[in-house]
Design a protein around this ligand. Structure first.
Ligand code: NAD
Length: 273
């Protein structure tokens, strides 16, 4: 099996990466940066975001696995101490309880950026945000080509189900199970008065709907896709929808989504996990 390791630059992650390569070579796994079947991210959730965007052109052929070297992550759910177990399962030296590996597919958000110079498309694993550089922004929000609301505030965050536990959660958005093919639009500090009136709560759109964000002209905007800042020319609007493509994760053991949520945010340990 062909694999690649995306790693973080800290010494713990580097050390673990060296160990991974050594164990993998001993078990006959082949490191292949160009055409890996499994991409192992060693670091944190941010490292997984880097891995995802690095291989964004090959999502249909790759499954991701995450090892965390700091605190437990959402995408990075293997601990450093479990590294050898993981390599054993990946190479088939050890048999998993699951049909190894089980591939789980999570929805993504697709965004189209319409500017003077044409249309550019992006995929987000966590979310994209549109924010003001100089202060609050004004934007018209349309849903399925119909005016929905006039927004004024710090910005808009549109997240995937697996990204609903990231920035979206800090904005008071709901957590969405990744088996639900939907996107979530959350407000970043909206201002409500007679002119600008927004719903005030986050919105969840199904996969056959789309949403357009039309920022008022002459505002300096920052558009982020996951950890990336996207250069903007003269922006007309951003269209977003649930992407047709999905991201695949290789599961070598069961780790239900709600167990991750409980572990990360509530903290109770469960011996069954
Ligand atoms: P980072 O790697 O430092 O990530 C920031 C934090 O977000 C980390 O604690 C990470 O574990 C957590 N995180 C990332 N994805 C997650 C997910 N799907 N579920 C739960 N937690 C998750 O910073 P980065 O490399 O720049 O990562 C960018 C991400 O940081 C963005 O996609 C955004 O979701 C998140 N972020 C969060 C806030 C906030 O909560 N106020 C603000 C900005 C960015």
């Amino acid at each position: 099996m062909r694999y690649f390791v995306q790693t973080r630059s800290d010494s713990v992650s580097k050390e673990l990466t060296d160990k991974f390569h050594r164990l993998a070579a001993e078990r006959g796994l082949q490191c292949d940066e160009q055409t890996p079947e499994i991409v192992v991210s060693i670091g944190g959730d941010g490292t997984m975001l880097h891995a995802f965007h690095r291989y964004i052109e090959r999502l249909d052929e790759i499954a991701f696995v995450g090892i965390h070297t700091g605190h437990l992550g959402f995408y990075a759910d293997w601990q450093a101490t479990e590294l050898e177990d993981l390599v054993d399962l990946m190479s088939g030296v050890k048999k998993s309880d699951l049909l190894s590996p089980r591939i789980v597919k999570y929805p993504l958000v697709e965004l189209e950026i319409h500017t003077d110079s044409g249309v550019r498309k992006y995929l987000a694993l966590n979310e994209f945000t549109v924010r003001g550089i100089d202060g609050t922004i004004v934007a018209q929000i349309d849903i399925n080509d119909q005016l929905f609301e006039m927004f004024r505030g710090d910005g808009i965050c549109v997240s995937t189900p697996s990204g609903s536990t990231a920035y979206n959660k800090s904005l008071g958005g709901a957590m969405l199970h990744p088996s639900i093919e939907a996107l979530q639009l959350a407000e970043i500090a909206s201002i409500n008065n007679r002119v600008y009136r927004t719903l005030g709560s986050s919105l969840i759109l199904p996969n056959h709907h789309h949403c357009d964000i039309y920022p008022r002209n002459e505002q300096r905007l920052l558009l982020t896709v996951d950890h990336l800042s996207v250069p903007l020319g003269n922006l007309h609007y951003v269209r977003c929808s649930v992407a047709k493509q999905k991201v695949s994760f290789a599961r070598y053991r069961p780790y239900p989504f709600w167990n991750r949520v409980r572990r990360a945010f509530i903290g109770y340990e469960n011996t069954e996990d």
